[in-house]
Design a protein around this ligand. Sequence first.
Ligand code: SAH
Length: 221
Amino acid sequence: MSLHDLNWLISHSEPKATKMVKYLREQGISHDELLALMGSLPRHEFVEPAFSHLAYSATSLPIGRNQTISQPLTVARMTQWLLTHARLGRVLEIGTGSGYQTRILAHFFNKVHTVERQQWLYLQAKQRLLSMGVKNVEYLFADGQTGWPHKVEMDAVIITAMASKIPLALTGCLKQQGILIMPIDHPSPQIGCWRKEGERWKCLGTEPAFFVPLLEGLEHA
Ligand code: SAH
């Protein structure tokens, strides 16, 4: 994306979105294309309607069924880690939620595989992204702890719900040198980025953040 396109996108964004981008930049998000994308996406369409006026604020918000969308800085940080460290081939996302993070991943990765255990959220997010013309996403209504059902190796795995331990199926489907992004709650709630190096995991960064828990089984609409 050229600097001209970037400036055009930002100048045509909602004023609240422009302020959000300024805040993200101040907090160390420097990837121009990511900032332009977040500045141009209608984040208010991803949250519960009663909270749409807060969609561009530095806060997590309800998306229905007691789940939340992460605050913009957390989304931006996770994505910037991926853009810095991962091969942008295939990514597996556990916790589709509103589809906001999925939409951003779909912009940068060739293929996004996303899993959601809450049927209502799964249906809403799929419908929302299809109506936005997003084509490179495969959606699955399942418990994501068992990974993606077909044997495909991922360049990155991003888990957007807090687990007490890493589900082995998820690390197993990651390629060597692949990138894992997941929340951990020890010693305090945070999100981290790791690279798979043989049997070891190299930590590439962490940042304080809160997430809803990774749950077992399915919840039907
Ligand atoms: N990234 C989302 C927000 C995620 S909130 C967004 O941008 O809106 C976490 C999501 O993970 C919730 O939608 C929750 O239902 C889902 N989730 C929790 N446990 C899960 C599991 N085992 N498998 C798949 N999805 C799960």
